[in-house]
Write a protein that binds this ligand. Structure first.
Ligand code: DX5
Ligand code: ZN
Length: 225
């Protein structure tokens, strides 16, 4: 069945050179990235640590598209204002991060950002059934969050169920984890429209060979086109 949503490719800078974020962001945007995906990890909600609001604020001037900030942290609420000030366009919190995701999504929108809600692989689609009027994006994790380069878990059935639940609401379905030109077609066919890709975009390239990023992005796009 053909899809009618424009597909967005969102490279995850988790796979970028951590000593050179500004140049990496400029390179992926010049090579065709639609959004820039920023993975925030706290060493508590997930077993890895990345960066916080001060780093995200430093990325902001380099992003000319959409800064898509994925919080893998708990708690979330004390940091929402800091990520708004840092310039996040989309701020995504996990449904598993606390008992009050409904309030969290209200607070994210209240701070002027688009609100995203993420689901771990083991969490059913129904967990967001009562959140769909409060959210702009549902992020379906197709790996257990914490690390790049993991193997894709096929959750196309969950994606399809979400697309049905969303109906005619203006809500993106984003896929995060193990997305490449081989796995992307299955989730796009099921109704996803934003594809996060870390290793599949950055593999083989660098700021000195940015055309490889472009080839990698085009390979994913061609696979779902
Ligand atoms: C995983 C992160 C992902 C990760 C994806 O916890 O949320 O955004 O960077 O990396 P790949 O595409 O390599 O699976
Ligand atoms: Zn992510």
């Amino acid at each position: 069945m053909p899809h009618h949503r424009p597909i967005k490719i969102a490279p995850s800078i988790l796979s970028a050179d951590f000593a050179n974020f500004g140049a990496e962001i400029r390179a992926i945007e010049a090579q065709g990235a639609d959004w820039v995906h920023v993975d925030v990890m706290d060493g508590h909600f997930v077993p890895n640590l990345t960066f916080g609001p001060m780093a995200v604020k430093a990325f902001r001037p380099h992003v000319t598209t959409v800064m898509d900030v994925h919080l893998m942290i708990a708690p979330v609420d004390p940091y929402i204002e800091a990520y708004a000030e840092a310039g996040a366009d989309v701020l995504t919190a996990h449904v598993e991060a606390g008992p009050h995701i409904h309030r969290t999504l209200q607070a994210i929108r209240g701070a002027g950002m688009k609100a995203g809600v993420a689901l771990n692989p083991g969490t059913p689609a129904e967990a967001v059934a009562h959140l769909l009027d409060l959210t702009d994006l549902v992020c379906v994790m197709t790996v257990n969050p914490g690390f790049g380069g993991q193997k894709f878990i096929d959750l196309s059935g969950k994606v399809r169920a979400l697309r049905t639940m969303i109906g005619d609401r203006d809500v993106h379905i984003e896929i995060d984890g193990g997305v490449d030109s081989g796995t992307a077609p299955r989730v796009v066919e099921a109704g996803a429209d934003v594809l996060v890709a870390g290793s599949a975009v950055f593999r083989g390239g660098s700021v000195d060979a940015p055309e490889v990023y472009g080839e990698n992005i085009r390979a994913i796009r061609a696979a779902v086109g």
